[in-house]
Write a protein that binds this ligand. Sequence first.
Ligand code: DPN
Ligand code: ZN
Length: 312
Amino acid sequence: MRILIALAAALTVAGAAPAQAAAPSALAAPDISVTNVKAHLTQFQSIANANGGNRAHGRPGYLASVNWVKSKLDAAGFTTRVHSFTYGGATGYNLIADYPGGDANNVVMLGGHLDSVPAGPGINDNGTGSASILEVALQMKATGFRPAKHVRFGWWGAEERGLIGSAAYVNSLSSAEKSKIKTYLNFDMTGSPNPGYFVYDAVKGEFPAGSLALQQRLEADFKARNIPTELIDVGNRSDHRAFMAAGIPVGGTFTGAEKIKTAAQAAKWGGTAGQAFDRCYHRSCDTTSNINDTALDRNADVIASTLWAVAA
Ligand code: DPN
Ligand code: ZN
């Protein structure tokens, strides 16, 4: 028995040799805790409650959201900066956070909008994407991830006013800085209460070359978890637009907004046919009650596994 174990151990070591030769960045992505993501959503809800019920551009709940996310990232060792712009007579803010290290000429960027509409706290739209990329960022540090590429995160202001903050950020970059960004992944509404599992359609969206590989990566990461997906033509409806316009490959996931879930989609994903993916879209009821935990969890895990693969 002992000899067999020793032999098995020797075989295991021999078999493992190629894996050991792989870079540390090839380590498996962490399983993102939905409990942690939901704690961030609770924080956004508290910020809205303390600031007139919303986190909208030009309102105090927006800047409070920026400052809170920034404090979490600063504590984890990210290099953060607030990029200001003006829109509609108010100052807007993007939060940019760089994870130290990696090839500065080869940047992977993840982003989502942090503002809500004035009607409500914006927990699904887009507390979810904001909280999920925040937790993924914190787990990079917690797990000691050392990607070969440089990783940067963006939380965008004034998306709800017409994709203003992300456009201001991209327009603020020199052409040299833009050309260093090789990938932009967008996460806007990832916990819809009657969820679908959508991946941005690179072909129908006429995304820049390189985007199809990102679409396929996201699709594969859902498939690996046995989650069926559909492609969706998101057009110009979120912050990937400015990056697209700059020729940067883009991708993203989405769990649905005002559109109605079909019977075929309900058969595939569960939930309620004939009802919107998010009945509280842009309404005061977009609170912490307006979240499907499974969708939130699955998307957060896909964000992490895609980042670990793309930035490796
Ligand atoms: N951009 C979202 C909003 O803030 O209203 C809605 C949306 C997200 C639509 C992603 C399509 C795709
Ligand atoms: Zn919205």
